[in-house]
Design a protein around this ligand. Structure first.
Ligand code: AKB
Length: 314
């Protein structure tokens, strides 16, 4: 019975990953961990532990004494929040990673998942169908931390045979859990306004295309990558992962097909510059070739599922 720990379980990806992993592996073997005092309500069907990803000794003690073998390290500050607090973002996004990589190097952990992001790319990267291997000059603190993290993951794999696996997530769209502090968050917020019958003010320009993905696809990709035979996982920095690419205008029009009276206005802020430095769309042929990845949700299907499931107070 392999014990799995998800650090940052209260976040947007963590919540849904814990729920899905518990369905596959059983409630008791998948331990949710977060910095919050109490277990998030959605995760009370299994064990919860309060862990601060920055408490190196606390994390080490917990993992070693509980014989945890797989770790998903999701605690991070995302792009927009990180720009407001660069020192803390760098600290949180890097130090927790070293704690887990070192535990694996010492033989305590057998497999690690660590999330990267499309933020590793920058304004000099080819923007359309961005290749796996290309120019990467990120201009955000978040992007720099993710790029550095990718390099360290690959280094620990090459030097110490650490089985670490990663994905460059696009913007993720979900209804069970909220995103927090990202540049792609508008694509979740928009549904709450649409469902509440309110106008949505978008912080990006109408024609800003970004790579996005419905959460079910992202969770499937993550589990598929973690279950792939080690020899198939040839990229040990992070895999490009493509889903849907759309602009604020395109998603608002998709929503208007279901809610014709929905209105959107545009008031770009500092996040516009971040969005413009990221790709419009992603080439994920390596993930497809090496471990069989294929996304399921297109824009209209995702919009339908989101609008059916989001609950708002009227
Ligand atoms: C963000 O917007 O910061 C994240 C990401 C693309 O990694 N959603």
């Amino acid at each position: 019975m392999i014990k799995t720990l998800i650090i940052g379980a209260g976040g947007q990806i963590g919540t849904e990953l814990v729920l899905e992993l518990r369905k596959i592996k059983g409630n008791d073997t998948v331990i949710a961990a977060d910095v919050k005092d109490y277990c998030p309500p959605l995760l009370v069907n299994g064990p919860y532990v309060k862990i601060d990803a920055l408490d190196r000794e606390g994390v080490r003690d917990y993992i070693i004494s509980n014989e945890i073998k797989e770790v998903y390290l999701l605690a991070a500050l995302l792009s927009a929040t990180a720009e407001k607090n660069p020192d803390f973002a760098w600290k949180l996004n890097m130090e927790g990673l070293f704690t887990i990589l070192d535990l694996a190097k010492e033989g305590h952990i057998s497999k690690i998942f660590w999330p990267s992001s499309i933020a590793v790319f920058g304004p000099t990267t080819p923007m359309d169908n961005t290749p796996q291997h290309t120019i990467m000059e990120p201009t955000t603190v978040y992007g720099i931390s993710k790029q550095a993290g990718e390099r360290w993951c690959e280094y620990y794999f090459n030097k110490f045979n650490v089985d670490v696996r990663s994905i460059r997530y696009p913007g993720l769209i979900s209804y069970k859990s909220f995103p927090g502090g990202g540049t792609t968050d508008y694509a979740v917020d928009i549904f709450y306004k649409a469902k509440a019958g309110k106008q949505f003010t978008c912080f990006l320009k109408e024609d800003t295309a970004l790579p996005m993905m419905f959460m079910d696809d992202a969770i499937n990709a993550t589990i598929q990558l973690m279950e792939a035979p080690a020899e198939n996982v040839k990229i040990r920095s992070a895999y490009n992962l493509g889903g849907i690419s759309f602009t604020p205008k395109a998603i608002s029009e998709a929503i208007q097909k279901v809610i014709p009276e929905f209105e959107i206005v545009y008031q770009p802020d500092f996040r516009q510059v971040i969005a413009e430095s990221w790709p419009n769309s992603i080439d994920d042929s390596y993930a497809e070739k090496e471990w069989g990845w294929k996304h399921q949700f297109d824009l209209d299907t995702m919009v339908k599922v989101m609008l059916e499931n989001i609950k708002v107070e009227h």
